[in-house]
Write a protein that binds this ligand. Structure first.
Ligand code: FAD
Length: 299
């Protein structure tokens, strides 16, 4: 049947493609549905992935897609999965272009969506000079005067961790600071100042931060800022199927199985440990586990 697959993967970026490769190499009939919006698409260079350090995110994905599609049992379509329904034999997936597909196993690999704070310039700088992860982008800006856009424990954690990259840190809490006395003592010890006044805008040139401007008119020259914005699941099927834990991630076991029979999940939608290598590793695991579960059922 035309629209019938053994496995459907929702999300065809690093995690989804990695699972598709394992499944393609097991000659499983796989459909990858991808809407083409990976979370790192605005970042100029991706780091910390062996053999591809410093490659553009798009090049990484395109090499991956080319290699995965060498396996003839794998099909890739550009579309958005809008709904998933459990059936007697598996799942029915609907897409934005009104297609209906069926499969035995479902793999969720749709990542998360970062929600940009309502600060002029923030979204333009995201992934370029407003960065979330020192392992991904910290080396390139090490030793520089660095802003942290966070409050409470998140700001404290960044302050501790970033010492390995720079000693010149300023925390912008964008409102009343929320720190314990012990935390403030640590900040004083390490000459970390805390700015509470709300930020009005980030001045930048093509995403390269130049100045943080506060609502009271104060200006702070910075060329790099760390921030961990709020997020939501990129594909709301994960919520509709009640698969999330209290932190907003799809709950999986160490084999990438969710709490629902026949549904697996990989990559950023499952974990705060965001890295291409981690996404790829989870995809490799899920591909093998799905094939294993199908082989066991039919043996
Ligand atoms: C700004 C930024 C910079 C980063 N830099 C680095 C770096 O330098 N090094 C590093 O190792 N990591 C980096 N990361 C982390 C890394 O990009 C992620 O860990 C990785 O992309 C996760 O892969 P994923 O496949 O889980 O999700 P994504 O790469 O986010 O891909 C999810 C895919 O699913 C698709 N999708 C979503 N919903 C649907 C739907 N309903 N139907 C069909 N398709 C759907 C999306 O369009 C997308 O193509 C960065 C992250 C960000 C945000």
């Amino acid at each position: 049947m035309k629209n019938q697959y053994e496995v459907i993967i929702i999300g065809g970026s690093y995690a989804g493609l990695s699972a598709a490769m394992a499944l393609g190499r097991a000659s499983r009939k796989v459909l990858v549905i991808d809407s083409g919006k990976p979370c790192n698409r605005q970042t100029p260079h991706s780091h910390n992935f062996l053999t591809r350090d410093g490659e553009t995110p798009a090049a990484l994905a395109s090499i991956a897609k080319e290699q995965v599609l060498n396996y003839p049992s794998v099909t890739f379509i550009t579309d958005k999965a809008t709904d998933a329904k459990k059936t007697d034999v598996g799942f029915e997936i609907k897409t934005e272009s009104e297609e209906l597909f069926i499969c035995e196993k479902l793999l969720l690999a749709a990542g998360i969506k970062d929600i940009m704070p309502d600060i002029d310039g923030f979204a333009d700088c995201w992934g370029i000079s407003v960065i979330h992860c020192p392992y991904c982008h910290g080396y390139e800006v090490k030793g520089q005067k660095t802003a942290i856009f966070a409050n409470g424990d998140a700001a404290y954690h960044y302050s501790m961790l970033l010492q390995q990259w720079t000693k010149e840190l300023t925390i912008f809490t964008n409102g009343k600071a929320n720190f314990t006395e012990e935390q403030m003592t640590k900040f004083e010890k390490h000459n970390i100042s805390v700015v509470e006044n709300p930020i009005a805008k980030l001045e930048h040139k093509q995403g390269q931060l130049e100045c943080i401007v506060l609502e009271n008119g104060e200006r702070y020259d910075f060329s790099v800022m760390y921030a961990k914005p709020e997020f939501k699941q990129h594909c709301d099927i994960t919520e509709k199927m009640n698969l999330l834990n209290d932190n907003g991630y799809v709950k999986v076991d160490e084999m990438q199985r969710t709490i629902a029979e026949g549904i697996y999940a990989v990559g950023d939608c499952t974990t705060p440990m965001r890295a291409v290598a981690a996404a790829v590793a989870s995809g490799t695991m899920a591909g093998a586990v799905i094939n294993n579960d199908m082989a066991a059922a039919s043996f």
